[in-house]
Design a protein around this ligand. Structure first.
Ligand code: ADE
Length: 225
């Protein structure tokens, strides 16, 4: 899978993608991530990519021309299955959408800034608008990093233990059950007996019950869905 990210602060993203699981995914050639500096497509030699809003009001608006040049250049080289705009007024990101994105071949993620992008960018280029939560960030970069991370970690072969992505919270609509490691007794705080029993079917039943109980108390809305 190839992900192209368009940003006016590319340095924020580059270090994120050169670490841990995302680095491994790229080394194993399971994912390719390219970060593009929108300023390279600026309308003038001052690096301008934004301008005042028509009609007045505080805050700058990202201009259509640099974004058009960048996206059209990418589209001239390959087909894209989705062009995603990170924005607080987008659809709230949930695991089913992440799963769907992870099946695509090539996607573009556009990071917003300031007051957002000229509405015509959304009309002309954007196929999906995604928010990572009901709060406003100073730019779309953190959102793009969250989205790319969530997508890439579930591509088969990226995680070493294949089953672990499937047992994540949300994958079956439930939160994950509690987990423990050594020591079995920490200052009197004991690991539940069942987990030490070696009885795998019983352990799976216990985990499922715990997942349901945890979801009921913490996220009852997931059970209603
Ligand atoms: N840009 C600013 N706030 C955002 C949010 N909540 N989600 C995605 N992109 C954003």
């Amino acid at each position: 899978m190839r992900i192209d990210i368009i940003s006016c602060q590319p340095d924020l993203l580059t270090s994120f993608f050169t670490h841990s699981i995302l680095k491994r995914a790229q080394e194993r050639q399971l994912a390719e991530i390219h970060v593009h500096d929108l300023r390279k497509f600026a309308i003038n030699k001052h690096g301008q990519i934004d301008d005042y809003a028509f009609g007045g009001g505080a805050g700058m608006v990202m201009m259509i021309e640099p974004i058009d040049k960048c996206i059209s250049g990418l589209k001239a080289e390959r087909n894209y299955d989705a062009v995603i705009y990170m924005t607080p007024d987008g659809e709230l990101l949930k695991q089913p959408a992440v799963n769907r994105f992870s099946l695509l071949n090539n996607i573009i993620i556009l990071c917003g800034h300031y007051k957002g992008v000229d509405e015509r960018v959304r009309q002309l280029f954007i196929t999906h608008e995604i928010s990572i939560g009901d709060y406003v960030l100073s730019g779309g970069e953190l959102g793009a990093a969250v989205l790319a991370d969530a997508i890439i970690r579930i591509i088969p072969g990226v995680l070493n233990d294949e089953s672990s992505a499937l047992t994540d919270s949300f994958q079956d609509g439930l939160l994950a059950p509690p987990v423990y490691t050594r020591p079995a007794d920490y200052n009197g705080l004991k690991v539940p007996e069942i987990l030490l029993s070696g009885n795998q079917p019983k352990i799976e039943d216990w985990r499922h019950e715990q997942a349901i109980a945890r979801t009921k108390t913490r996220r009852p809305d997931l059970l209603e869905d």
